[in-house]
Design a protein around this ligand. Structure first.
Ligand SMILES: Nc1nc2c(c(=O)[nH]1)N(C=O)[C@@H](CNc1ccc(C(=O)N[C@@H](CCC(=O)O)C(=O)O)cc1)CN2
Ligand SMILES: Nc1ncnc2c1ncn2[C@@H]1O[C@H](COP(=O)(O)OP(=O)(O)OP(=O)(O)O)[C@@H](O)[C@H]1O
Length: 211
C-alpha cells in the first residue's frame, strides 16, 4: 500500500514538497473565498451527527489562508458546547484551553490565535467527543498531511478511542494521490470540505500504519 511507496528518508522530502504545493494553492485564495468557505464549513460540520451531538469539541482557530473556523466555534459555543482550543508548546506538543469567544483569543507566535484562559493540560483532548484537526491535505485512506510538527499525531494518540476524528480542508485538498505516510502518522476518519463531509471506511483500530 502507500506506506512503502517511498523509502523512509524520501517520505519526509515528499511531505515537504506536498506542503509547499498546498500552501501555494492556498496563497491564491481571496478574503471572500475564505469567508464563504468558513460559513460553508460551519454548516457542513453542524449537520454531522457526531458534531451536533458532542458535548465537548476540540477544534482550532483557523488563521491566514487556513480553512476558517470562526463561524463554527461561535455556533458551537452558542449551543452550549465546551470547545477546546490548542495552545502550541515549544516542543510542538499541544496544551488546551476553553474557547470563551473571540475576545478570549490572543495573538501567539507563528501567526496563531490562541485561548488566553487557564491551561487544561495536554490530556484534556481525551475528554472531546469530536476532534477537528487542521491539515494541509488528506488522502482517500484518511492519511493526513499536517504542518510538520507532529502535534496532531500526538494529539490523536491521546484522543478517546470513540472520538470522531475529522480534518477540515479547503475544496481540492482531499487528494487522490497518497499522502506519504510514516509510522507515527495518525489517520482521520473523515474530512469536512465546504462541499460536504467525506467519510473513510476506517476500522477504529486501523488508524495507524501497520507496515
Ligand atoms: N490554526 C492552527 N492552529 C494550530 C495548528 C494549525 O495547523 N493551525 N497546529 C497544527 O499542528 C498547531 C500549531 N502548529 C503550527 C506549526 C507550524 C506552523 C508554521 O510553520 N507556521 C509558519 C507560517 C505558516 C503560514 O504562514 O502559513 C511559520 O511559522 O513560518 C504553524 C503552526 C496548533 N494550532
Ligand atoms: N507521538 C509523537 N511524539 C513525539 N514526536 C512525534 C510524534 N509523532 C510524530 N512526531 C514527530 O513530529 C515530526 C513531524 O511529523 P510529521 O511530518 O508527520 O507531521 P505532520 O503530521 O505533518 O504534522 P502535525 O501532526 O503537526 O499536523 C516528526 O519528526 C516526528 O518524529
Amino acid at each position: 500500500m502507500q506506506a512503502e511507496s517511498f523509502p523512509p528518508p524520501d517520505r519526509q522530502l515528499a511531505k515537504e514538497k506536498m506542503r509547499r504545493r498546498v500552501l501555494a494553492r492556498r496563497a491564491r485564495l481571496r478574503p471572500p473565498d475564505l469567508q464563504a468557505a468558513a460559513v460553508a464549513l460551519r454548516d457542513v460540520l453542524l449537520s454531522v451527527s457526531e458534531v451536533s451531538r458532542a458535548a465537548v469539541v476540540a477544534a482550532y482557530v483557523g488563521v491566514g489562508t487556513e480553512p476558517g473556523t470562526g463561524p463554527l466555534l461561535d455556533a458551537l459555543r452558542q449551543r452550549g458546547v465546551r470547545v477546546l482550543l490548542p495552545v502550541l508548546e515549544p516542543d510542538f506538543d499541544l496544551d488546551w484551553a476553553v474557547y470563551t469567544g473571540p475576545d478570549g483569543l490572543v495573538r501567539a507566535p507563528r501567526g496563531l490565535l490562541e485561548p488566553a484562559g487557564p491551561r487544561l493540560g495536554p490530556t484534556a483532548v481525551g475528554t472531546a467527543d469530536a476532534v477537528l484537526v487542521p491539515g494541509l491535505a488528506v488522502d482517500r485512506s484518511g492519511m493526513r498531511l499536517g504542518r510538520g510538527g507532529g502535534s496532531y499525531d500526538r494529539v490523536l494518540g491521546r484522543a478517546a478511542r470513540e472520538a470522531f476524528r475529522c480534518a477540515v480542508l479547503h475544496e481540492g485538498e482531499l487528494l487522490d494521490d497518497d499522502v506519504p505516510a510514516q509510522r507515527h502518522d495518525q489517520r482521520v476518519q473523515a474530512v469536512a470540505l465546504p462541499s460536504g463531509l467525506v467519510r473513510f471506511p476506517l476500522a477504529r483500530h486501523e488508524n495507524t500504519l501497520r507496515a
